[in-house]
Write a protein that binds this ligand. Structure first.
Ligand SMILES: Nc1ncnc2c1ncn2[C@@H]1O[C@H](COP(=O)(O)OP(=O)(O)OP(=O)(O)O)[C@@H](O)[C@H]1O
Ligand SMILES: [Mg+2]
Length: 231
């Protein structure tokens, strides 16, 4: 028997947005369980609600109804019931998020960008720097050490952004179109890195790239307001 360690659970999540006179109701109640070691892809048409669902699961947006639980060592954190000020601290420690546009600080070095979330989480400057350098080295990015983010290529920036998402050793890593702005060679390098992460954590990925989606161990399609599991 394989032991499954649950790291994320969505219970009956819905999301409504005001839409002119009416309400845009994005989902029928969505349930989702993600286990450690899973790489989960969510594909679907534009405007089907993929980014919104990912933001809800990552505690960046509140669901209209339902709950979002992050599970860590038998501790369940109900993100959907938490105040914003507390969520941002817990999010910084528990999850990594990789966006299509990397949101790195352009005037700073890669190592400095990685250090910021570690310092916010309470690590000393030395610890934060040592750990940031270790991660950059692990992904063979030491050669960027002396170059400001603004001078890096799109693919290099995205690799640095992935490294930053790992700085606090999150069990949950979310990625929204992480290869959307990259050419094929860079996209494949980023795919390889992200898929390798699910060995020690779980990856939840939104992508329009069907070959990347197909490489994930668990695949879903968001269509007709439902999250449907694919074979
Ligand atoms: N804050 C908001 N207020 C009102 N409507 C919103 C808001 N955020 C998203 N929407 C609407 O919800 C729907 C789903 O948006 P979402 O960004 O989740 O789609 P998506 O599946 O990620 O699309 P894409 O593939 O183009 O990125 C869209 O119709 C969008 O306009
Ligand atoms: Mg989107």
């Amino acid at each position: 028997m394989t032991l499954r360690t649950e790291v994320l659970r969505l219970n009956s999540v819905t999301k409504d947005f005001p839409n002119g006179e009416g309400i845009l109701s994005l989902f029928e109640p969505i349930d989702l369980i993600v286990n450690l070691g899973d790489s989960v892809s969510i594909m679907g048409e534009s405007a089907s609600g993929k980014s919104t669902l990912l933001h809800i699961a990552a505690g960046l947006e509140a669901p209209t109804t339902g709950s979002v639980l992050w599970v860590d060592n038998d501790e369940e954190i109900d993100v959907s019931k938490m105040k914003d000020s507390r969520i941002s601290m817990i999010r910084n420690r528990n999850i990594g998020f990789v966006f299509q546009n990397n949101f790195l600080l352009e005037d700073f070095l890669p190592v400095e960008n990685l250090m910021i979330p570690a310092l916010i989480a309470g690590r000393s400057k030395k610890e934060a720097r040592d750990f940031a350098l270790d991660i950059l080295q692990k992904f063979h990015l030491e050669y960027l050490a002396k170059r400001r983010i603004g001078n890096l290529s799109g693919g290099e920036k995205q690799r640095v952004a992935i490294c930053r998402s790992l700085i606090n050793q999150p069990k949950l890593i979310f990625a929204d179109e992480p290869t959307g702005s990259l050419d094929q060679v860079n996209a494949e390098a980023v795919e390889d890195i992200l898929l390798s992460l699910s060995e020690s954590s779980a990856l939840i990925l939104v992508t329009h790239n069907s070959s990347f989606g197909a490489r994930c161990s668990v695949r879903y399609r968001l269509a007709d307001r439902k999250l449907q599991r694919e074979e």
